[in-house]
Design a protein around this ligand. Structure first.
Ligand code: FES
Length: 130
């Protein structure tokens, strides 16, 4: 975990979108997204980081729970999967901070936490570049 407590992300530079509909791989009756979203908000508060978290119904990558996206105006959108609340919350926050600090959403590989290296399912260019 990186200590970003002396810094703040600019509002609007990154939003974290969490799918709350995915079913757990090992238990179809379990939907881990809402608890992940709650824990993410709690850790962001504890770390004094102003990054908005939004809950989404489905990203259409339902076999890769937990799925999350980083999005912001005029930035690439990243979709990440295979996230686990016990292992990835702080890594994901670190990754979101890096994304938020970038000009266009593209974060150099060497600056990415592990979940932002292994978990990327897609990236989509900003509409302004089309
Ligand atoms: S239900 Fe989560 S991506 Fe489809």
């Amino acid at each position: 975990m990186t200590d970003f407590s002396q810094q703040e992300t600019a509002p609007g530079s990154v939003s974290i979108l969490v799918c709350i509909s995915c079913r757990a791989k090992d238990n179809a009756n379990d939907r881990p997204g809402p608890a992940f979203s709650d824990l993410l908000r709690k850790r962001l508060t504890e770390r004094h980081l102003a990054i908005p978290v939004e809950e989404i119904e489905c990203f259409a990558v339902c076999k890769r729970p937990i799925t999350v996206a980083f999005a912001a105006r005029n930035k690439w959108t990243y979709l990440l999967g295979d996230l686990d609340a016990d292992r990835h919350i702080d890594e994901l926050i670190d990754a979101a901070f890096r994304y938020g600090a970038s000009d266009n959403g593209l974060v150099p590989w060497k600056e990415r936490p592990e979940c932002f290296k292994k978990g990327v399912l897609s990236r989509t260019p900003p509409l302004s570049s089309l």
